[in-house]
Design a protein around this ligand. Structure first.
Ligand SMILES: [Ca+2]
Length: 377
């Protein structure tokens, strides 16, 4: 369809916006969640996009609008917001603005992220009734979607995609990751357009102030803080047993504590100062120390006992009840999700405040002495 190809650049831009707004629940590999232009017919049956546009007298040069024809539409299958109360197809003003400027209307099919893979994978397998643009449910590691022949090689249309082409030229590493083994590029990566797209540790600073404690800088100080949260009636309800020092989902524990042990447990690989590449999960001494540390938190009741099944909604509930002191999440959640649970929060002073990572200025022996002095005697 010529119309589909004409608006390709716009639609991809919209996908980028949608992807960043939706968040990615911790799975933020820049090459993940690829979005691919899905042609309902073979990609080359009607000639190149540029020749089509020249024939129609409109040439997209990278600035809005992307078409001179009113009433243009493009359909898109994408993941909706992780917030159940937010529908990106209706509530995201940035998407309205993009459509307005581009002079194209997007026909959204937004799917709940919790069922996205289960919903979209069968649609891709069936290969029928797919939208023009599809946010893929996985990394297409076997290139099964490409091999299906359903998707257009975007690089064959770069003449009409100047912005995307420029982005790839300026980011050769991303271009390399997106290039398929057949030499073509079918994907658009998820791109983050906010500057707070980083996860961090968040602490209930009201609890800290009640204890007259400072933000912890080391693991020892961090553990001391958790013990204080555990042993005092921080929420003032007369019950000293309902405080949960730390509520962190299991998937975030490596983000939270790996660096303090000199480990990159998120990507796994890192290079030392001499340029030698290591794999964190094989760094036996440090990784063992990390595991023992996390276990000690669990044994002491400093880590929520149900952490393996804990989810964000449950942590939000803990905040609403003022029963948890520490969590870990993407930084914008401080204000939008966690601090917002407190009725007197007015947006000026955080209740859950992001703090820097605790330092690795300690040794396994140091924290072991702190936590298990008897065992070392
Ligand atoms: Ca209490």
């Amino acid at each position: 369809m010529r119309m589909t190809k004409k608006v390709t650049a716009l639609a991809l831009a919209a996908v980028l916006a949608a992807a960043s707004l939706a968040g990615c629940n911790g799975n933020n590999d820049s090459s993940s969640s690829g979005s691919t232009n899905s042609g309902s017919t073979s990609s080359n049956s009607d000639g190149s996009s540029s020749s089509s546009q020249e024939a129609e007298g409109f040439s997209y040069t990278g600035a809005a609008p992307v078409t001179d024809q009113d009433g243009a539409t493009v359909s898109m299958l994408a993941m909706n917001s992780w917030y159940s109360t937010v529908d990106l197809s209706k509530d995201a003003q940035i998407l309205d603005e993009i459509q307005s400027r581009a002079n194209v209307t997007i026909d959204w099919n937004m799917i709940d992220p919790t069922i996205y893979a289960d919903t979209v994978s069968p649609m891709l397998a069936a290969g029928s009734d797919l939208q023009d643009i599809v946010q893929l449910p996985d990394l297409d590691s076997n290139m099964s979607y490409i091999k299906s022949g359903m998707f257009v090689a975007l690089d064959e249309h770069f003449d009409s995609m100047p912005n995307y082409k420029k982005f790839l030229d300026e980011n050769p590493n991303i271009k390399a990751m997106l290039t398929a083994t057949d030499g073509h590029i079918y994907y658009v990566p998820q791109t983050v357009v906010t500057n707070n797209y980083q996860p961090c540790m968040m602490i209930n600073v009201r609890w800290l102030e009640q204890l007259n404690m400072s933000e912890p800088k080391t693991l020892d100080e961090f553990v001391a803080m958790l013990r204080a949260f555990r042993d005092n009636d921080m929420n003032g309800n007369g019950d000293t047993t309902d405080e949960i020092p730390m509520s962190v989902t299991s998937g975030y524990l490596p983000y939270l504590f790996g660096p303090a042990f000199g480990l990159d447990l998120v990507s796994g690989f890192y290079a030392d100062d001499a340029g030698k590449v290591h794999y964190s999960y094989y760094e036996s001494e440090n990784y063992k120390a990390y595991l023992e540390f996390v276990k000690s938190l669990y044994d002491e009741g400093l880590l929520e006992m149900e952490y393996t099944s804990l989810n964000r909604d449950q942590i939000t509930s803990r905040c609403a009840q003022n029963t948890t002191g520490v969590t870990f999440d993407f930084s914008w959640q401080m204000s939008t999700l966690y601090s917002a649970q407190f009725p007197d929060y007015d947006g000026t002073e955080p209740v859950f405040k992001g703090v820097g990572p605790v330092s690795g200025e300690y040794t396994a022996t140091t924290w072991a002495e702190t936590l298990y002095p008897a065992s070392l005697a």
